[in-house]
Write a protein that binds this ligand. Sequence first.
Ligand code: HMG
Ligand code: MG
Length: 296
Amino acid sequence: NLPKKATIIEVGPRDGLQNEQKFVDTEVKKEFIRQLASSGIKEMEITSFVSPKWVPQMRDAAEIVHASPAGVRNIVLAPNRRGIDRVLETSSKAVAVFVGVSNTFNKKNINKSTEESLKELKPIISELKEKDFFVRACISTAFYCPYEGKVVESDTISLCREFAEAGADELSVADTIGMAVPTESFSLFSKLKKELPGTLIAAHFHDTRKTALANIFSALQAGIDRFDTSAGGLGGCPFAPGATGNVATEDVVYMLERMGVETGVDLDELKKAIDLVAPAVSRPITTGYYQLSGKP
Ligand code: HMG
Ligand code: MG
């Protein structure tokens, strides 16, 4: 019993590009975002207000928000108070904060312990809710950490609960380095669905070990109908060694639609978005649907 519909949350403009060493022209980013919206994407992580010293690729965040498409939930990431203050100077109405279950990862990623991040972010979430923002909390290293190895499932659930209780509208639960397998995906997502019925839950898979589609299928069976994906399979966290791309939007849309799960995303229009960004990125697009589109 699969859901009739699923929501694709496109993260290509943010997760897809943040790991690119060469700066992708702001105009290319804007065109990419516009074309993703034209393909039917309704929710998208468009940029992040992080330190330009840490992630130079995201230094044009304010300009990107300025050009964000209408009719789309345009989400921006922010790691701390300074990031939120920068967001508040823009027209943005949807913010994602992020934190790692693994302390070591969180330190490498945002230079704080998980506990320190939680303490800093809780009042920020309340403030954003008072200001009528949609608030997403990205929970990194929910299954495995590149530094600490296997993450204890109950630790992930506890952290998710903290963010849900702090007022986050949505949790994006991430397999940062693509090590999870379908049994782990089913187990964690079934428990989260049961324990946090009032919170939206999205699954964020990286396809490092080619288990992402299988993990999505088992998450669907656990009742999840929201998936973070990246056009062209671009992506990776600069502070998680070995992290490669997110699961590709086109491959997820293809699989879901073929199984009768509606996504509202048009694959031909999505391919045009990938064509726009492909010349600006350092790696070839090797995802299944992109290479085979148009062929029987
Ligand atoms: P820090 O060096 O500890 O920061 O970095 P600080 O508070 O000491 O400030 C140092 C300087 O940076 C100061 O400027 C601040 O004003 C400035 P200075 O006085 O030296 O001129 N600064 C900022 N500037 C702009 N925007 C800001 C900001 N904050 C401080 N927001 C910090 C701490 C959090 C800033 C840094 O570690 C950082 O930017 N990290 C971001 C890392 C990142 O972008 N990671 C990727 C996203 S997470 C991800 O990909 C995972 C996900 O996809 C899910 C998954 O797959 O797991 C979401
Ligand atoms: Mg990610």
